[in-house]
Structure formats: structure tokens, C-alpha cells
Design a binder for this molecule. Sequence first.
Ligand SMILES: *Cc1c(COP(=O)(O)O)cnc(C)c1O
Length: 501
Amino acid sequence: MDIKYVSTRGDKEKISASQAILRGIAPDGGLYVPENLPKLDKSLEELSALNYREIAYEVMKLFFTDFSEEELKSCIASAYDEKFDTEEIVPLKEADGLTYIELFHGPTLAFKDMALSILPYLMVTSAKKNGLKEKIIILTATSGDTGKAALAGFADVEGTGIIVFYPKDGVSPFQKQQMITEKGKNTSVIAIEGNFDDAQNGVKAIFNDEKLAAELKEKGYVFSSANSINIGRLVPQIVYYVYAYVKMLKSGKIAKGDKIDVCVPTGNFGNILAASFAKEIGLPIDKLICASNTNKVLYDFFKSGTYDRQREFVLTISPSMDILISSNLERLIYRLCGNNAEKNAEFMKRLTNEGKYTIDETMKHALVDFEAGFATEDDTISTIKAVFEKTGYVIDTHTAVAAFVANEYRNKNISGNRILIASTASPFKFAGSVLKALEGDKEGNITSEWDKISELEKLSDNKLPKAALEIKDAVVRHKEVCGKNEMKQVVKDKILTGVIA
Ligand SMILES: *Cc1c(COP(=O)(O)O)cnc(C)c1O
């Protein structure tokens, strides 16, 4: 089946997967979605015999139908290799009756690597397939993890350049160190005076600026996006849900026909949306449990049907989830509207103009697949401590939000399904907060991030990944800061003075 992609906002043009990957966002500001969803064409038993790369092919071939087998397999082989510090790519761990899929064994220690290690290959292949003459400029707003994962993926990739904006005070010390020490010659990293939503809005405004696009095109450049709105990021994230299910099946944790619930620590709604796609293509998932931190705009949406971003933005110990505008939710809203782009566009307009929208009753009923919960800062901390004391397993602050919500859900014992938790970051990446959770105020005596990391290493018996050691004494290469209204000018300057590989 040949799958075409359409915008969630009404643009009638139908484009191929490779074109959608190149564009990132649709010209009308909408997100690309597959016109219809494919189904897995191998049985779960058959899939359970395959390794990660093979399952990646079986899933991606269903969506990226204009890629040849050779092209897709080559992208997959380049992405999921020794960059990951474990042969399995995404190992499964058991702790306290929950199954964790560790999505953080890539080069930047967070789950963004799962998609961003393949996106550059998909993009370069797409450029070739479509005879693109221009160089591709990747523009990215990051709440911490996307930035470094995108930088790592695109560093020195021929014909591309990447510019990353991060909120100056909104990322962890480790995340910041990872980004400002990036060595790729085609990379720029800039702090903005603002929060993640400011960064994301700034990037969106640049994407929607037709005048700027025309001006740059004349000079030989086009923009694309590495944010999770790019369909080239969403589809690779479906893979690990399929992988997790069939490995649980193979190891006997679940039996044939069993359904599982999936609990995902959620920010931009990309990861959990991928889980819902996994369900749509035939994976036996029952509930999709959306776990929020104190910025619980999604929790409130699932409870009330009103999405309201007008609220105080809180900086938490799970910064990669500190988001008030969850971009990928638009793809769900579109689906809830019965794929009615005009109706969806109306909601999105309201979100921009009034800061909120309310879905109707029919749409609310269509939300049955979703459950929602949230964890306060205290809940997050006590969960890290409790899981460690009970099992010796150390989880990071984001995963702990999901673990808390999953436990709450389990205590209600609604279905008795096994719960799979998307474990999204290595605890070392958020060493300060994790250590504080484990040791209480003792952590206050340790001031250097690296001392905290070594303390955590001793305490937890986990080895510090090589990728963490590498950035420790690396030279800082990116020191620029700009106002949130200066982003466009900065982008123009960077491109015209040459940030290109
Ligand atoms: C990005 C991120 C999240 C949130 O994922 P979304 O796809 O944006 O919902 C959660 N945890 C970590 C560690 C992340 O980096």
C-alpha cells in the first residue's frame, strides 16, 4: 500500500513520505499525517524472532513507502549501530512489577536518540530521491534533549547545517554542557532569553515566514525540522513499542493475545503518539497512559476536554517535559475530528488567539484509549527513592513521573494488564536531582555536576556511559545568547555567514 501524507490543517496536497520528511511542517502550518494507517504485515510471533534493526525495517517500510528496501535498510543500519552502548539497542528491565523499556542507550543518553539517529539519514536520502538542489538547514527548539540528539545526528552531515535554540535557564547542567561543547562544524547552538515555548514559537514563526523562505531559497537553502513534528521522527518511535511487545511475548512475560498498557512521560506528545500509532497498526495495546509533571496541561485536557495553555510555566526536575504547547497533540485532535482538517485548524487558531480550546462530546468519547495522570515534584522524588530502595534500580526524573502515574493506575487495578513504561533518560543525565532523591540533603554538599555523577555511579552500581565522560572536559564552543525576538535575525546571519557542512 502506497501511503501519502496530508496536512492536519486542510492543505489538499498529498505528498510522499520523503517529501514530508524534507518539509517537516506543512506550508499551512499543519503537521503531516499518513492519509491512512497501514497494518503490520507480519505476525507478532514472526516479529519476535527479529532484532531491533529488523523490526525497525518491518515498521518503517509500512509508512515510508516511497523508500526502496535498500534505502531504508541502509538508513537503519547507519542509525542503530555501535552508537548505542548495548547490542539490544533498547533493553527491557523489570522492577517492582513494571516493565521498563530503556530508550536511553544512544549517544546523548535520552530517548530522542531513537529517532534522531536515523532522521539525518532519512533526510539525506529524501533529498536525493527528490533531486533537492538546496542545502538543508535544520532549525530546532529544544527543552534539552532534542537539541543534543539532533546535533549529534546532523553533525558534519554533508549538505546540511543545524541551528539549535534552547531556553537559557531551562535545561539541566549536563544537557547544557552536551550542547555547548558540540564539535560539528555545521552546528550552531544559541541560548534564548525565554522558556521552551518561546523557543518553539520562534522556530515555528521562522518556518512560517514565506518571505524569508523565498530569500534563502534564492541563496540555495531550505529549512527543515528535527523537532518531533517531523513525521521522520514519529515513525521511528513506533518501532520500540513493537519491539518491546514482541520481546515480552518471547520471554513469556505476556502470553499470546495479551494486551499491555503503555505509560509514557509526556511533553510534546510525540512519544505517546507513537505508541498510539503502534496500537493503530495492530499492536495489542489497551490503554495509553499519559504522564505529566507539574506542567499538567495534558492531564487537564484529558480530564476536562479543554486544552488551556494559559497558566504559569513551571521549571521542574523533569525539564524535558516542561512544555505548555504540546505540538504533536494536533495529530490526535485531527484524528478525533474524524480527519476533518478545517475543524482541526479552527481549534489550532483558537489555541493561538485565545490560548485555549474545548473539544466536543463526540471527540471526548473518542479519547477512550487514553488515561492521564500527573506527578508533583515530591511524587517524582519519592518514586525514585522507593523504586531504588525496593529493587536497586535507578530511574531518572522523567521516567519517575511515568512510574508514579503507572503505580497510581495499577492500584486502581482497572485491567490487570502488564504496564510498559517508556524509560526516557539515563539517570546520569539528571544526576543532581536523582542523587538528591536518593540521598536527601546530603546532595547539597556536592556542588560540581561531575562529583554528583560519580557519587551516583558509586551509589547505584551503574557504569557511567562513555558518552557522558566524553563531554566532561570538552571545550565550550557555543556561548551565544539572544532575545526571543531576535531568533530570525540570528538564523539569517548564521546561514549567510556559513554554518553549512
Ligand atoms: C523529550 C522527552 C520527554 C517527552 O517526550 P515527548 O515526545 O515530547 O512527549 C520525556 N522524557 C525525556 C527524557 C525527554 O527527553
